[in-house]
Write a protein that binds this ligand. Structure first.
Ligand code: SF4
Length: 894
């Protein structure tokens, strides 16, 4: 393994968040932290980082880390054990269950945040030696429909283009993708293409987002109707003579049937516009623009993929690019944006249950080929269980042992409450993670294995444009944390497969992975990195970002695939495929009259186990919320800023209401990030049905029938604490990190005295002060230890921002002086300079109040705001919000 540089030089590594895959320079500070900046030499970001990437240095602490292996003992508590004991236990229990119930009774559930080397070993062990293909990953929730669409149409899971196509496009179309927030640096590249070469930007979505706000043309379509829109496009291409006849005749099949189906779905403009919920003129403008622009890139992500017809939606987009012959050449092509840093690496090694390895499937020839390469003792011969099916099988006790690595399915899977129940059925639940606690661990793991975290990991990841980059360690592993591949290899040895898992480090695993990609390939498979199969350890250490394919003997990688019109189907032709008429999996009803959409926000990542540690990321959108159209807010008696209860057939959540015209009437939007660790009753996965796309197995997470009603609690307020207290009942609403601790917004029916008693129990040795005014419903208490505030509770204040501001100075103080002690419970800020308003620019910590003040002082453009405050001058993901501030100022002025 790579030694950490003792000279404290900058280490080149990669960001652990989205699929853009930005290069990062990390310079350790010798105190367990590191200075973070963008890598100017990385081709994904050329030195820039978004708000999440910039804040990576704030997420390196050990406070929440799992540091030692633990096993649940007979009393039900988790006890620290030696690694050898934990590994013996895992191997012994797996062996016992495999012997008793067969290999299908065990499974791995992985994460798009694992490194390729971890993924490779997991896949090899399960599919080659245990004899089951029950290896699936949270990438199933993210981009499985793109994989299925690619394989159906191209014959391979190929993203044909590269980021340079964005630089060279004249038209950039984003479908179901809020790239401005979810792929910020790629989005900035799109904006640059607009500025430099006049590229037009079109955003197609069911709601208004930071992306639609900045697009030249925004199409707000009906949920589930993307297939209608792209059917209308295929029809328009045919009717206007824009079909590339030569490409279609020489390189595709299925065109006539596909066009006939498109005509049935979108027979004319009026029908297509009605189904899509668009004005005819708007739809027509888009169709004309796409037809008339040779250099067009169509990018798509979760809005397309997370649908019960996700594979068809992807197919409809691919059909159009193929029919127009706009693929494989500079500035054009369909482009699936991956959500996670190594979703692509997982696909390369076969991390999905319906893939084998190196982009091979389960045909007898492929099973035989991989089996010979691995010298496998027990090859799986058929596909395993995809994520939703896997957890349902756990619920039926058909899968009895599950090893989860680096993911939190009790939050992220649909019908998440059912997942919790299912997990309790397991004979053996092993969790490898770097956090000590999350919702899945809380269900009751039998074994916890401490995994290395970002900054300690050593291996490779592949981004959305097939670019393989090194993730290098710049910190020593925390305590007894070990790489996931190492833990699996140790278990494999104990199961008797030591020879096949004798890798001495990630470089050896990578070489084997590269060699398998080239094994009996000869150009028959898209994924080939045979040129890297002989990489020395030093070469692996120094490996610069490289795009595949990179076959043995090739001097350089190909930036684009399909330039020669040859595809990886049996005929060598792309298969245009007729799609099923678009519809919703479930339509609204009298009981559930609204459609709930789910997604990500700008500054949080997945279930917040890392981004939740950063105070500046937490202050952009600090609480779980639901967006609702103002008309619906009126209909359902909701008040902006107050609380509402959302109900579906599967669960309920309490969320803060944001009334906004960004939501169409009849639709709701709620973010996915909050868990029971960070909030009470805000797990959105629990509300979503487990209906999946039949081809991809990806859950339908964007159109869930739901109801909404105003709800209220006897008292609201906030709690500050040095440690994060576990939310209980309806007592605590949402925690976020602040400097020196945590703050939680509270909405509760629990009497103030009971909350106070709870804090007294949590701070038993602290000095207590409290103030209670039952007539006004005001309760304030403070806990002081070693002359420092350790906890504060304020209930009954109208304005939580003011309440927070009133104690901010004392909270930060290491030593409370007497005047400070007197002010703690005053509920008023001593100085109007204390600014606790939400952060808008997370890169430079610029608040909404500072921006309003700059505009008030005459800043009239984003450039001028940037010049005064730096806001918007780094990653640019706050620029849409800056424009909103400017627009609302202009409205007021008008
Ligand atoms: S865009 Fe942001 S989150 Fe995505 S890889 Fe780059 S720095 Fe990380």
């Amino acid at each position: 393994m790579t030694a950490v540089d003792s000279a404290l030089r900058a280490t080149r590594t990669t960001c652990p968040y989205c699929g853009v895959g930005c290069g990062v320079l990390a310079t350790p500070d010798d105190r367990g932290g590191a200075a973070i900046s963008g890598d100017p030499e990385h081709p994904a970001n050329f030195g820039r980082l978004c708000s999440k990437g910039s804040a990576l240095g704030e997420t390196l602490g050990l406070e929440d880390r799992l540091l030692y292996p633990m096993i649940r003992c007979s009393k039900g508590t988790m006890e620290r054990v030696a690694w050898s004991d934990a590994l013996d236990h895992v191997a012994h229990r797996f062996a016992h269950i495999i012997k008793r119930d067969g290999p299908g009774a065990v499974a791995f559930y992985l994460s798009g945040q694992l490194l390729t080397e971890d993924y490779y070993v997991a896949n090899k062990l399960m599919k080659g030696f245990i004899g089951s293909a029950n290896v699936d990953t949270n990438s199933r929730l993210c981009m499985a429909s793109s994989v299925a669409g690619h394989r159906r149409v191209f014959g391979s899971d190929t993203v044909p283009g590269c980021y340079e196509d964005i630089d060279e496009a004249d038209l950039i179309v984003l479908v179901g993708s809020n790239a401005a927030w979810c792929h910020p640096l790629l989005y900035q590249r799109m904006i640059l293409a607009r500025e430099r070469r006049g590229a037009r930007l079109v955003a197609i979505d069911v709601r208004g987002t930071a992306t639609t706000e900045t697009a030249d043309l925004a199409l707000t379509i009906q949920p589930g109707m993307d297939g209608v829109l792209f059917s209308a496009l295929l029809v328009r291409l045919a009717e206007t003579g824009q079909i590339n006849q030569s490409f279609v005749e020489n390189h595709t099949e299925g065109y006539d049937e596909t066009l006939a189906r498109a005509r049935a779905i979108a027979p004319d403009l009026a029908v297509a516009a009605r189904k899509c919920g668009l004005e005819e003129q708007v739809l027509s403008e888009f169709l004309d623009l796409w037809c008339a622009t040779e250099r067009v890139v169509t990018l798509y992500s979760q809005g397309v993929n997370q649908s019960w017809q996700g594979t068809d939606k992807v197919t409809a987009i691919l059909n159009c690019h193929l029919a127009a012959g706009r693929i494989g050449r500079p500035g054009m092509g369909p482009f699936s944006l991956t959500g996670q840093p190594n979703a692509m690496g997982g696909r390369e090694v076969g991390g999905l249950a319906n893939q084998l390895a190196a982009h091979m499937g389960f045909s007898p020839a492929e099973v035989d080929r991989v089996g010979r390469f691995w010298r496998a003792s027990r090859m799986a011969t058929r596909e395993g269980l995809k994520a939703v099916d896997l957890f349902e099988a756990v619920g039926r006790s058909e899968v009895k042992a599950l090893w989860i690595m680096g993911t939190n399915p009790a939050v992220s899977l649909p019908q998440a409450d059912d997942v919790r129940t299912a997990l309790r059925n397991l004979d053996l639940l092993v969790i490898s993670d770097n956090v000590r606690s999350n919702d899945t661990i809380a269900v009751g793991a039998h074994v916890l294995l401490p995994a290395t975290a970002w900054g300690e990991k050593d291996g490779t990841v592949t981004n959305s444009e097939r670019c393989i980059s090194r993730q290098r360690p710049f910190l020593a592993p925390a305590a007894e944390a070990r790489p996931d591949w190492w833990a699996m290899a140790q278990v494999a040895r104990r199961l008797g497969f030591g020879e096949a898992f004798a890798h001495d480090g990630p470089a050896a695993i990578f070489r084997e992975h590269a060699a398998l990609s080239a094994f009996e390939n000869d150009g028959s498979r898209d994924f080939d990195i045979g040129a890297l199969a002989q990489l020395s350890d030093a070469g692996y250490e120094a490996l610069a970002p490289v795009q595949w394919p990179l076959a043995s003997g090739a001097n350089e990688a190909s930036a684009r695939l399909f330039a020669d019109g040859r595809f990886f189907t049996a005929s060598g032709r792309a298969r245009l495929t007729a799609i099923t008429p678009p519809s919703l999996a479930r339509t609204p009803s009298a009981e559930s009259p609204l459609l709930l959409n789910t997604g990500r926000i700008r500054d949080q990542w997945h279930t917040m186990t890392r981004t939740g540690l950063s105070p500046r990321l937490g202050s952009h959108l600090p609480e779980p919320f639901v967006e609702v159209n103002p008309q619906d807010a009126k209909t359902y008696g909701l008040v902006h800023g107050e609380l509402a209860e959302i109900r579906t057939a599967h669960g309920r959540a309490i969320l803060r209401v944001k009334a906004t015209t960004a939501q169409e009437p009849g639709r709701l939007f709620a973010p996915i990030h909050w868990s029971d660790e960070t909030a009470a009753g805000a797990r959105i996965g629990a509300l979503i049905h487990a209906i999946t796309d039949p081809a991809s197995g990806q859950p339908d997470a964007k159109s869930m029938p739901a109801s909404i009603a105003a709800t209220s609690f006897a008292r609201q307020g906030l709690i500050l604490s040095r440690t994060r207290l576990r939310p209980a009942g309806d007592g605590i609403y949402a925690w976020r990190a602040i400097e020196g601790g945590y703050v939680a917004g509270v909405a509760t029916n629990v009497p103030a005295e009971k909350l106070f008693a709870g804090l007294c129990a949590a701070c038993p040795d602290a000095e207590r002060m409290h103030y209670h005014d039952p007539a006004r419903g005001t309760f304030r208490a403070a806990f002081i230890a070693e002359h420092r505030l350790v906890a504060v509770i304020f209930l009954g204040l109208d304005d939580r921002e003011t309440a927070y501001a009133s104690v901010a100075e004392m909270w930060k103080a290491n030593q409370l002086d007497e005047p400070m002690r007197r002010r703690v419970l005053a509920g008023k800020s001593a100085s109007s300079d204390v600014d606790m308003s939400p952060t808008v620019c997370a890169c430079f910590g610029v608040t909404s109040r500072a921006i309003e003040s700059a505009i008030g002082d005459g800043a009239s453009s984003t450039l001028e705001i940037g010049a005064r405050l730096k806001a918007g001058t780094n990653c640019g993901s706050c620029l849409p919000e800056l424009r909103k501030f400017l627009a609302s100022r202009n409205d007021v002025a008008a």
